[in-house]
Design a protein around this ligand. Sequence first.
Ligand code: ZN
Length: 225
Amino acid sequence: MKKKRSRKLCKMCNGEGHKPETEECPAYVSEQDVICFKGKDCVFSNMYPCKLNFDELEFNCSESAYQWRKAMDINEPEIAQRILLAENGFEAKAIARELSAEDVDEWKEAHSVKVMERVVDAKFQQVAEFREELLGSGSFILVEATPNKFWSAGLLENKARKCKPSYYPGENMLGKILMGLRDKHNCNNNSSVKHSSFITRTNKDYYTISYVGLVNQSFVTPICR
Ligand SMILES: [Zn+2]
């Protein structure tokens, strides 16, 4: 009997018979309108330092506000207090790792997205540079490019740029929340979209990208699977 040769699967799409980042790969895209972000220097990132009032307290970034709310909801006020006093988002996140994994999983399931939406909304209301950058990002796809598979794409920037979002191993949930917020404000304010492009959320997986100007046209595109 002939021995079956083990075939290497493409790391981008899991398909056979081609290499990643080649024209044969259905996940590959040579260029796309994408903004990748992560870390303290990018305004879209939760680690970006900014004065933020949330639930009547003052935080030094949106990450700290999110982690504090999580600790309070899990009924760990001492950990929450240390998060509140943390120097930055990285420290806040590290302190939150002391919370019981079981409690965190339960909380995440029920509350994490809603809390993140509230935190990001507060940042939009209060942090001018965040609001301006977000509204100015047009129809670009916003991608948190870290290995995290829920909030982020699960890929670093060099890979995320060349991969269609529908093939990302991660959900890019933070990117989706940011784009949802941008859509909401662009659609509420018609004057801002007259000569530009905008995205409307068609359902949880698809966005309609519309170009409004001399030629009115729109198409539906998958953002995440
Ligand atoms: Zn492939």
